[in-house]
Design a protein around this ligand. Structure first.
Ligand code: NPG
Length: 367
């Protein structure tokens, strides 16, 4: 396969309600879609970088820039391109994993479409549906939080994740436990604490949480290992795990006993599968994270979440959790599960009218 062009398409979708985390509040999803055109087929990838460098150092304008100036030209020079060649062709460029992931996913999608093979089967999926959790943002009041959690449980979500930060941690967990009993419950701090908060975080121990996600700075792997010795709630890492090598190191150091896998954060689905494999070999459960993906990114995440090591429900929510109108046929919850796409490639296509309605710009890179 030879690339003939790459389209960078910016879209803007309003969220059904504001999504507040310790690093900011999102009201709209301004995303970058990558469409590759090759001699064999076309393929899509969704870049999960946000508007600002708040979750990680990446942000969407930088992703577009590095794709345009460095990554697309580097792939254009590869005569016989396939998805496994993308990583090596881009290896000399440091970082920018979300941009790399979007491009690699688009190439993988094109390759699989050309061969008529679904992504789930390619990755080694063993399930035809995946159990779904939902991530619940920080709210203005406990009453508002309980209403939101109650609504999600009524919809059938099988696990609740509460975003926490100093000042919004113990009380919301206690309130949800008191109201909803032994529902599967976990919390996500997005790096909002330091190791000196260990005694405070140990106040979460009695609530039987599945895990606490990324309490400390992304670079503080040793701090997580220290915290793990001081609290009972299992520690799960997200931001710190940027590669299979980082996963192996964190596990060896005792910094986590569970890992959140986000393909965008680690450079793509092939590295995500390597992380899965490392974790399975170490007996570490993984689950699939989410970054407000449209149906395009969601479809690929669901394929990944169907691998055998994905032992916990993921942030693989239905389209309606975030969007009134998705750019693909919406994913709808069935008894708390989403079906794994079975068509070739990522298994879904953007709906032309819906895609056009949310597109804010397109840029064609002829190669
Ligand atoms: O379900 O798509 C989803 C979102 C789940 O909470 C979620 N994502 O820190 O994991 C996170 C968080 C996030 C959202 C991170 C947006 C970065 C951007």
């Amino acid at each position: 396969m030879k690339l003939t062009g790459v389209e960078l398409r910016r879209i803007s979708l309003p969220l059904v309600s504001p999504f507040r985390t310790s690093f900011g509040t999102e009201t709209t999803r301004d995303a970058l879609l990558v469409r590759v055109v090759s001699t064999e087929a076309e393929g899509w990838g969704e870049c999960v970088a946000m508007t600002g460098p708040l979750y990680s150092s990446e942000y969407v304008d930088a992703a577009a820039d590095v794709l345009r100036r460095f990554f697309a030209p580097a792939l254009a020079a590869v005569e016989r391109l396939s998805a496994v060649e993308v990583g090596p062709a881009l290896a000399k460029f440091h970082g920018h994993r979300m941009a790399k992931a979007a491009l690699e996913t688009a190439v993988l999608d094109a390759e699989l479409r050309a061969e008529g093979r679904p992504l789930a089967r390619e990755l080694g999926a063993v399930h035809d549906r995946v159990p779904c959790g939902v991530s619940v943002g920080i709210m203005d009041s406990l009453g508002e939080l309980l209403d939101a959690v109650g609504g999600y449980l009524d919809e059938g979500y099988l696990r609740i994740k509460l975003k926490i930060q100093p000042g919004w941690d113990i009380a919301p967990v206690q309130a949800v436990r008191e109201r909803f009993g032994d529902v599967l419950l976990q919390v996500d701090a997005n790096t909002a604490y330091s190791v000196s908060d260990a005694r405070h975080l140990s106040l979460l121990d009695p609530f039987g949480l599945l895990l606490i996600e990324q309490p400390l700075d992304e670079e503080d792997v040793l701090g997580h290992a220290e915290l793990a010795r001081q609290i009972k709630t299992p520690i799960c890492l997200d931001e710190s795990i940027t590669s299979a090598r980082a996963a192996a190191a964190a596990i060896t150091l005792g910094a986590c006993s569970i890992i959140n896998v986000k393909p965008g954060r680690v450079g793509g689905y092939l590295e995500a599968r390597r992380i899965h494999d490392v974790c399975v070999a170490h007996g570490i459960p993984v689950w699939c994270g989410g970054m407000l993906e449209t149906g395009l990114g969601r479809a690929a995440n669901i394929a990944l979440a169907a691998l055998p090591g994905f032992a916990l429900p993921g942030d693989t929510s239905a389209s309606s959790r975030y969007y009134q109108t998705d750019i693909t046929t919406p994913f709808t919850l069935q008894n708390g599960h989403l079906p794994v796409p079975t068509a070739a490639g990522i298994g879904v296509d953007p709906l032309p009218a819906e895609l056009a309605a949310v597109t804010t710009s397109t840029e064609w890179l002829a190669l």
